[in-house]
Design a protein around this ligand. Structure first.
Ligand code: CAA
Length: 258
């Protein structure tokens, strides 16, 4: 029986996806990216799930695109088959918050996959890098665009042009990731964080994610207008009514995700 390249599980309102090609440090091939896209989409449309966690193994979140598969490809192969675009970008369509939980290596496409998530929580063992230049390639899963937006041009150029790898403390300092925790508690803290976010109103979370992402896709005035409309739309939801009533009545809100 071939091994499952991803594993999925649930913990309350949290959907967990584990990359599972440990022998090759979770190198990202078509099977894995197809399965990942399907799992992300399935959790995204599942009303019992509020937040998705994406994790690798203790040694590697993912060491990048599968070099063994790419090694003999030609330009025609990748252009005609629409490499990356055909199956790596499913994550961009996901409306629920996605939390990357990173231990060990997040290199190349693995780093880019983490950068496509909404929150990155890392263990102290985590290492982030875009070493594609060492292969005569360049980061091609959004890295040249998302990294400078995350950490600024100077640090991004340094990482891309020199293949410099950041440890978790540096990545945290530069703003590449959201939080650093001890490796031993990474899973527990990831799930606690995910459960806490998933307890909020699901439609409010989705709208909020869309607003923040809009900051990277539009002018400030367009983004603020979009945000204002989304805020106004919250007043049409029973969750906003419940949230504010609960505050007034000094009790915990019971959101129905409506
Ligand atoms: N693709 C395919 N196989 C990989 C891989 C990758 N990206 N990364 C690691 N592996 C495999 C190794 O070939 C090795 O397999 P074998 O046991 O069959 O030889 C196994 O995983 C374990 O790796 P190492 O023995 O090399 O482990 P190490 O601890 O000595 O080194 C490493 C770890 C520094 C990460 C090294 O494996 C490495 O440099 N990997 C490549 C990292 C890389 O260049 N990533 C970018 C890929 S290109 C890309 O991602 C393009 C894009 O933008 C989408």
């Amino acid at each position: 029986m071939p091994e499952d390249v991803i594993l999925t599980a649930r913990d309350g309102r949290v959907g967990i996806i584990t990359l599972n090609r440990p022998k090759v440090l979770n190198a990202l091939n078509d099977d894995l990216m197809n399965a990942l896209g399907a799992a992300l989409t399935a959790f995204d449309v599942d009303e019992t799930i509020g937040v998705i966690v994406l994790e690798g193994s203790a040694r590697a979140f993912a060491a990048g695109a599968d070099i063994a598969v790419m090694a003999n490809w030609t330009y025609s192969d990748v252009y005609n088959s629409n490499f990356i675009t055909r199956n790596w970008e499913a994550i961009r369509q996901i409306r629920k918050p996605v939390i990357a939980s990173v231990a060990g290596l997040a290199l190349g496409g693995g780093c880019e996959l983490a950068l496509s998530c909404d929150i990155i929580i890392a263990g102290r063992s985590a290492k982030f890098g875009l070493p594609e230049i060492k292969l005569g390639l360049l980061p091609g899963a959004g890295g040249t665009q998302r990294l400078p937006r995350a950490i600024g041009k100077a640090k991004a150029m340094d990482m891309c042009l020199t293949a410099r790898v950041l440890d978790a403390a540096e990545a945290d300092r530069y703003g590449l990731i959201s939080r650093v925790v001890d490796d031993e508690t990474l899973r527990e803290q990831t799930l606690a964080l995910a459960a806490s976010v998933a307890s909020f109103s699901a439609p409010a979370l989705m709208a909020l994610k869309e607003c923040v992402n809009r900051a990277f896709e539009s002018t400030l005035s367009e983004g603020v207008l979009f945000e204002r409309r989304e805020l106004h739309a919250r007043f049409a939801t029973s969750d906003a009514r419940e949230g504010m009533q609960a505050f007034m009545q000094k009790r915990q809100p019971a959101f129905e995700h409506r």
